[in-house]
Design a protein around this ligand. Structure first.
Ligand SMILES: *Cc1c(COP(=O)(O)O)cnc(C)c1O
Length: 394
């Protein structure tokens, strides 16, 4: 006997027996993510579980791979899904591309660049911060000057700074990175699928996104892709990647990314999330990227017109820098922003977000992503915002 009897130290928690799981059925998620999924995607997620080495899951993974190559607009063979949220894909890019003492140049104009710089520091790399005010993007001249002075191994830019609502223009950045001999890594968690984008045309070497934002799948898995220059750097590392789970040399074999890869057990991935993503990608392919991009642009304009029509001010001054998928609105002087988001949730069951990091207390954030980027939802969130501001003022 090992001293353990049938007497329990911790009694059964009765709260689990009182009622079954309670989830709001109709909450409209108009923050910067997660976004609502279609009923088809939700249904796919509840299909029976199969094993991670069964032939059927390999087919689903292959379908996801080609679906993601389409959404990323890339021919990269190393295109797959990280078993974790956007943050884990961010970690995957950094731990695979950087070694102890390497320098990474990071554009910091909001929370996400700041987080990436912090992560680089945690893994023993040197992060050089290129900064600008929240609400601004970086110009090609600013980027070139920072590349010249820091000569990094990797330049990291956030394409969709969802904390400020800024979209970073990436035209010409890939060429600059080649000129100065560095890799280009990009976070597109809040934008990919919702704006015209091409990984290969933009010459991006490492990229990731989220499943739960524009793609319209459940949260917890993160699409990622590495181009040939990044793969070469990873294969030429002097030290092993410090994470087994995120080691792309191993993970790409489980995903059979290269000819001759013999799949092996690496870890048990979230099978049901794969089903949801597979279904969401089918919807993307059915509608087609150009139509989806157009739909996001039109609905973002409808939202912006509604906001300015109410007398509110958009946070991002330069219209060209405005992210269509996350719109930021300046909180009017003296308005209790928390009362606004609370009222929208309680009366309308609609999520409107406040700011994050440097924009906390300064902005409202409204997301228009995937399944939610439709006129009727824009109109619902505008009506809820209007009513909630009126309520909060009194
Ligand atoms: C939401 C978001 C993330 C983080 O994604 P999680 O799935 O919550 O980890 C990273 N970057 C940007 C730009 C985001 O908007």
């Amino acid at each position: 006997m090992n001293g353990v009897s049938h007497d329990l130290l911790v009694p059964p928690p009765t709260q689990l027996l009182k009622e079954r799981i309670q989830v709001p059925q109709k909450r409209l998620l108009m923050g910067p993510g997660p976004s609502n999924c279609s009923p088809e995607v939700c249904a796919a997620g509840s299909l029976p579980i199969i094993g991670h080495m069964h032939a059927e899951i390999f087919r689903i993974m292959d379908d996801i791979k080609v679906g993601l190559q389409y959404v990323f607009q890339t021919e990269n063979p190393w295109t797959l899904v990280i078993s974790g949220p956007g943050h884990l894909a961010m970690e995957a890019v950094l731990v695979n591309l950087l070694e102890q003492g390497d320098t990474m140049l990071v554009g910091v104009n909001g929370l996400w660049g700041d987080r990436v710089a912090d992560l680089a520091f945690r893994i023993g790399a040197k992060a050089v911060r290129m900064e600008t005010e929240p609400g601004n993007a970086f110009s090609l001249q600013e980027i070139e000057a920072a590349l010249v002075s820091s000569r990094p191994k990797v330049l990291f830019l956030v394409h969709s700074e969802s904390s400020t609502g800024v979209m970073q223009n990436l035209d010409g950045v890939g060429d600059l990175c080649r000129k100065y001999g560095c890799l280009l890594a990009v976070d597109t968690v809040a934008s990919l699928g919702g704006v015209p984008f091409s990984v290969d045309k933009l010459k991006i070497d490492a990229i990731y996104t989220g499943s739960q934002k524009v793609i319209g799948a459940p949260p917890g898995i993160a699409p990622i892709s590495f181009g040939p220059r990044a793969v070469e750097v990873i294969k030429g590392r002097k030290t092993p990647v410090k994470s087994f789970l995120l080691d792309m040399k191993l993970l790409s074999v489980y995903w059979a990314c290269s000819p001759g890869d013999v799949r092996f057990y690496h870890h048990t991935p979230p099978i049901n999330l794969f089903y949801g993503l597979r279904e969401a990608l089918t919807a993307v392919v059915e509608e087609g990227l150009p139509a989806i991009w157009k739909r996001h642009e039109e609905n973002a304009n409808r939202l912006r017109d509604g906001i300015t029509g109410m007398g509110l001010e958009l946070f991002v001054k330069n219209p060209a820098d405005r992210l269509p998928t996350v719109t930021t609105i300046r909180v009017p002087e003296g308005l209790d922003w928390k009362a606004v988001t609370k009222h929208a949730m309680e009366k309308f069951d609609i999520e409107i977000a406040g700011g994050l990091g440097l924009t906390a207390g300064r902005v409202f954030r409204i997301g228009l992503m995937g399944y939610n980027a439709y006129p009727e939802k824009v109109d619902r969130v505008l009506a809820a915002l209007k009513d909630s501001i009126k309520m909060a003022k009194y």
